[in-house]
Design a protein around this ligand. Structure first.
Ligand code: SP5
Ligand code: ZN
Length: 316
C-alpha cells in the first residue's frame, strides 16, 4: 500500500475555533497527522511518499475561482495570527492562519497523487490529508475543511472510470454530496450521525437522493447517536451493497474516525475493535481504492485506529 504524506500541513495551525460565540481550542490540530504518520512508519504499513504538484485546474473543477482567490488572499496574514473569515464560509469552524492556503493545496496534492497511483496500477492508497475536506463546498470552507480533497480526487478519477465515494466520517460530507449531486457517474454514499442532532444539521438526510441525472446516485444513512458496532456494521453492509450495484472502477473512502465512542467532538458507541471490521467489509468490494483522511479528534487513539484500519484493508 502507498501512503502519501507531506508535513506542509503543519503550516495550518489555528489555535481556536469559534464555538457558540466563544474561542474554543481547535480540535483539528497538527498532532493528529503527526501521530498517524509516526504509527504507520512504525508498523511499516507501506511506502511513504511525498505528493507531486498538480495543476490548479483540478481544484477549479470543484471550487469557484473567487473562493480559491479569497482563501489565497486571506491566508496572507502574519505568522501566529488567526483570522476568522465571514465570507465564503458556512459556519464558524474554519479559522485561517498564514499557512492555511499552502497546507490546503498540499492536502489536495496528497489526494491527487494517491488518485494518480490508482491510474498507474496501484490497488490501494492512503492519502493522509490535513486539513480534511469533506465539508468544503463549491464556494465555502467550513467544519475544519478548506478544499474538498475527496471530491477533487473523485472528479479527477471520474475522467477514467466510474467512481463511488463512501464517506464514513461521523459528520455528513455536505461538500462532497453537493459536488456530485447532479451527476450519475459518481455515486456518493455516506454513513453519519443524524444531522438533526449533530453538525452539519442541514444536510445528510435520507430524502437527499440527488437531482436530475444524479437522482438515485446520492445515498445517506443517518445514524442514531447510540449506534453500536454491530448496528454500524449491518448498515455498512447496506451501503456496500449499493456500491456493489453501481459497479465502480474506483472507490474513494472519506475516512473519518470521529465515530469512535471516545472522540471528543463526535462519537457513536463504536469501539476500537470495529475499525478493522469496517475495513474488511469495504475491501470485499475488491475495487481500486484511495482512502482519504477526514476527521478523528482523539489524538491518542487516532494513530491506532488508522493503522488498524489500513492493516485490515486488503483489496484483491
Ligand atoms: C472534518 C470534520 O470532522 N469536521 C467536523 C466539524 C465539526 N465541528 C462542529 C463541532 C464543533 C465542536 N467544537 C468543540 C466544542 C467543545 N465544547
Ligand atoms: Zn467529522
Amino acid at each position: 500500500m502507498r501512503i502519501i504524506y507531506s508535513d506542509t500541513h503543519k503550516l495550518h495551525n489555528p489555535r481556536f475555533e469559534i464555538y457558540d460565540g466563544k474561542k474554543t481550542p481547535m480540535p483539528e490540530i497538527a498532532k493528529r497527522a503527526e501521530g498517524v504518520i509516526k504509527e504507520l512508519a512504525l508498523r511499516r504499513l507501506g511506502q511513504i511518499q511525498a505528493p507531486a504538484a498538480f495543476n490548479i485546474s483540478n481544484i477549479y473543477a470543484v471550487h469557484s475561482r473567487q473562493y480559491v482567490n479569497f482563501l489565497r488572499r486571506s491566508s496572507n496574514i502574519d505568522a501566529g495570527e488567526d483570522f476568522y473569515p465571514s465570507y465564503f464560509i458556512s459556519d464558524t469552524y474554519a479559522p485561517l492562519t498564514k499557512g492555511t492556503f499552502q497546507a490546503s493545496i498540499q492536502a489536495v496534492n496528497c489526494a491527487l497523487t494517491g488518485a494518480n497511483c490508482l491510474l498507474n496500477g496501484e490497488t490501494l492508497v492512503y492519502s493522509l490529508c490535513r486539513p480534511p475536506g469533506h465539508h468544503a463546498e463549491h464556494s465555502s470552507m467550513g467544519g475544519y475543511c478548506y478544499f474538498n480533497n475527496a471530491a477533487i480526487a473523485a472528479n479527477f478519477l471520474s475522467t477514467h472510470g466510474r467512481v463511488a465515494i463512501l464517506d464514513i466520517d461521523f459528520h455528513h460530507g455536505n461538500g462532497t454530496q453537493s459536488a456530485f449531486y447532479n451527476r450519475d457517474d459518481v455515486l456518493f454514499v455516506s454513513l453519519h450521525a443524524d444531522p438533526k442532532r449533530r453538525y452539519p444539521y442541514t444536510s445528510g438526510f435520507t430524502q437527499e437522493n440527488g437531482v436530475g441525472q444524479g437522482y438515485g446516485y446520492n445515498i445517506n444513512f443517518p445514524l442514531k447517536l447510540s449506534t453500536s458496532d454491530e448496528e454500524y456494521l449491518q448498515i455498512l453492509e447496506s451501503a456496500i451493497a449499493e456500491i456493489r450495484l453501481f459497479e465502480p472502477d474506483f472507490l474513494v473512502v472519506s475516512a473519518g474516525f470521529d465515530t469512535f465512542e471516545g472522540d471528543p467532538i463526535g462519537g457513536l458507541k463504536l469501539t476500537l475493535s470495529v475499525y478493522p471490521k469496517i475495513a474488511a467489509a469495504i475491501s470485499n468490494l475488491n475495487c481500486r481504492t484511495i482512502i482519504i483522511q477526514e476527521g478523528g479528534y482523539n489524538t491518542e487513539q487516532l494513530p491506532h485506529m488508522v493503522a488498524d484500519f489500513l492493516q485490515s484493508f486488503q483489496p484483491g
